[in-house]
Design a binder for this molecule. Sequence first.
Ligand SMILES: [Zn+2]
Length: 254
Amino acid sequence: MRLADNVYALLDLAHPIGVNAGFVVTDEGVVIIDTGWTHSSALTILGFIETAAPGKPIKWIILTEHHSDHIFGAHVFKARGAQIIAHRHTKEFLESKGKDYVEEMIKSRNKLWQEMATMPQGYDFGRTFFQKVELVLPDRTIDEIIDIHVGGEELRLIPTPGHLTGCISVYLPQRKILFAGDTIYSGYSPTTRFGDERLWREWIRSLERLKELEIEVIVPGHGPLCDKSEIEKNLKYLAKLLEDESNDDEKRQR
Ligand SMILES: [Zn+2]
């Protein structure tokens, strides 16, 4: 889907759950934001890039976090000469996991899908699903706001901890477009199970900061395109979650 002259979003890349990605075409080359969950998803993204910007090199891959649905396609673009940029915590996580991350995902998905009875016992769907995935590490890391200027385009990388400590959002000031990664969920509740109260409070601060930006379109990590009203919904959800937690703590103390 084309959001501006040179900015594209790929929504709901089909997996059992849909995940979003996008890319920006500049005079110097293409910048990709997130890479899908599988080798085939990455090839789908690549197909759109080759159609929208034939012959352009892929310069940068920006990973908005370390979860597999955002990063498992990265090897496809890395093999074509792209450099990967991510938060320092994303690199640390991937370094500590190494190749085990892919194996773990294969095993845990097989277990989950068998429990959900979506496939026969013993069928290694995880391996089929994640075949050809190779873990690749970021070439460059950030832990504060940085602006990347590439081929006349400005991309602002903003650390937005909350869903994970290493989340980043990508803002295009010239286009008023925000690629939020899993900092913003559109159409359903944010996934909070990877954090705790401290991180959820940081998430609220991250969303408050994003609210200050001039934004016309948000590409969330999951769900349809949205605008700032979705930020309010995410904020409300997190505030309620924190309130429920503190009520629980009070009850426990009594
Ligand atoms: Zn995630």
